[in-house]
Design a protein around this ligand. Structure first.
Ligand code: SAJ
Length: 404
């Protein structure tokens, strides 16, 4: 495959836009499609609508050089990349309607020899389902297209580096499709490309995130045990990890984000009897957030009993993980909401140094909040918080290892 091809990406979000910009930066013509006109307008001006280091430079350069453009309509191309969200419905069942509608939009443009790839996290069997949909609607193209699944695995905050350097797992609906997709990714990926089939590639993505979820659940469970046993969980994990074959992750105030807290449900929902551990890990990590909220409430009541007045509270961190501005599926945000629900007339300082304002929470500066609160609850281990002086004058609840 040469670089003299056109690529259409459907979905210009946290993964679709960086991927489009990266492909375009390799001298390949990319036409991004997004249903949101303001996103399209922003990108066509060389600007970006998400926070991700280095992304702005890639986008503005690619737009300026004419290799990247955005539109609210799908444009005809040789390669189609589906990079739309796959959320879950109320009952934790995966919702692949965005993948379906992206595919419906691509359908009229398909021609013999085109390559269609799904990157969106998807339940096992989605690529085959889309193959059936495509060939049902365009029977004259039956077996004339290359169809594959290739999940992204990048870490928010390090996307531009990882898109190039991470290994990729690529699974086609047949060997020719796998090979064609491998040729495509070889144009811009330096990491190794691993060939498999579509179902294995789909399950591989789910497995990676479920594996991390299970490991974090183990750490969170330890934190509950240690709290009862009067043991410092951070010290315990550090010591256990001195064993050459033990590598325990860090407990926190729960698991958030739009991947690890979501993807395991795609396995549990399709294989409920078989995925006991994976399902339990989800429950454990969700319970941890509930437990943290209870702990803050109980600490508040104990303070009131001891001092005869209501304490002021500092809720330190709202993002779903350290040093980012992303509050989606954030356990810290959930806990902060619970604190508001439980509040009477106490003063509460909400702190999130990575954003300037929030619709629900009136934000305070982290130093002021720390100075003025009687009870300080660290929910997210942002770097700023680690610079605060340690004190015995207030009640400090360290749920994320600020002082580890
Ligand atoms: N967390 C802990 N303890 C830890 C590590 C993480 O409580 O020791 C929490 C974080 O605070 C956060 C959540 O887990 O709330 C998820 O954070 P993360 O940094 O583990 O992962 P994400 O959601 O930012 O990105 C993950 C990555 N997957 C894996 O590491 C297996 C990334 O590579 C995937 O591309 C991404 O999901 C995705 O898009 O699926």
């Amino acid at each position: 495959m040469t670089k003299n091809i056109t690529v259409t990406t459907v979905g210009l979000g946290y993964i679709g836009l960086p991927t489009s910009a990266l492909v375009a930066s390799n001298g390949i013509k990319v036409q991004g499609m997004d249903v949101n006109p303001s996103v399209v307008k922003t990108i066509n001006q060389g600007e970006i609508h998400i926070v991700e280091p280095e992304l702005k430079d890639y986008v503005s350069k690619a737009v300026e050089e004419g290799f990247l453009s955005a539109s609210t309509e799908v444009q005809s191309a040789d390669v189609y990349l589906v990079v739309v969200p796959t959320p879950f419905k109320g009952n934790h069942e995966p919702d692949i309607s965005f993948v379906e509608s992206a595919t419906e939009n691509i359908l009229p443009h398909l021609k013999e020899g085109d390559l269609y790839i799904i990157e969106s996290t998807s339940p096992v069997g989605t690529t085959e389902k889309m193959r059936d949909l495509i060939y049902q609607k365009r029977p004259e193209l039956k077996d004339q297209l290359f169809i594959a699944y290739c999940p992204e695995r990048v870490l928010p905050g390090n996307v531009m580096y990882e898109l190039v350097n991470n290994d990729r797992v690529i699974g086609g609906i047949n060997e020719e499709s796998t090979q064609k997709a491998m040729d495509f990714y070889a144009l811009f990926v330096k990491g190794k490309l691993h060939a498999t089939n579509a179902r294995t590639a789909e399950m591989c993505k789910l497995t990676e995130n479920a594996s991390r979820d299970v490991q974090i659940a183990f750490a969170n469970e330890l934190s509950l045990i240690c709290d009862k046993a009067g043991i410092n969980v951070w010290e315990l994990i550090e010591l256990a990890n001195k064993h050459p074959r033990v590598n325990i992750l860090q407990p926190g105030c729960g698991v958030g984000g739009h991947c690890i807290a979501v993807d395991p449900y795609f396995i549990v929902s399709d294989y409920p009897r078989e995925s006991q551990l994976i399902g339990k890990a989800r429950e454990t990590n969700n319970y941890k957030s509930f437990w943290v909220a209870e702990k803050i409430e109980n600490t508040k009541l104990a303070f009131q009993l001891k001092h005869g007045r209501v304490p002021s509270l500092a809720i330190m961190g709202l993002a779903f993980k350290p040093n980012i501005d992303d509050l989606r599926e954030s356990p810290a945000k959930y806990i902060a909401q619970k604190v508001i629900q439980n509040a009477h007339d106490e003063e509460i300082f909400f702190v999130e140094p990575n954003i300037t304002e929030h619709q629900i929470f009136k934000l305070s500066d982290y130093k002021t909040a720390y100075e003025r609160a009687d009870i300080v609850a660290f929910l997210v281990a942002h770097d700023e918080f680690k610079t605060l002086p340690k004190t015995d004058e207030k009640v400090v609840l360290d749920f994320c290892g600020i002082y580890k």
